[in-house]
Design a protein around this ligand. Sequence first.
Ligand SMILES: [Zn+2]
Length: 128
Amino acid sequence: MRKIPTEDAVKKAIEEVLREHGEVSTLTRFRKLVLAKLKEEDEDFSLSATRLRKIAGRMGIIAEIHYRQSEETSENMEKCPVCSSPLRFLLNKRIDGGIVKIGLKCDVCGYSTGTKKKIPIKYSFAFK
Ligand SMILES: [Zn+2]
């Protein structure tokens, strides 16, 4: 039967993997390494790439993100595509005093985008 490890157990496994490997360059590889670490504790542990990415985002260990630029507007984005935290609008003052939205930012993991969506496609992980 599959078991879900606690967030603390996942964080501990992440820390061990980064200590051993320094930087890990893709989410697929990172998941494989972290899951192997978890399975040392319990063979039945499972961990989805999505959950790992969210926890990594909250831990601030996403070293680099490669993006694909989308033509879609970012206006309707509510949650960070990396760590699912709420995004805040980046605002700029125009010369005439008006306020203009220039993009969105996640204060948890550092993701930011302009008025068009920036879609994360590749990650690397490391202690900063
Ligand atoms: Zn985020």
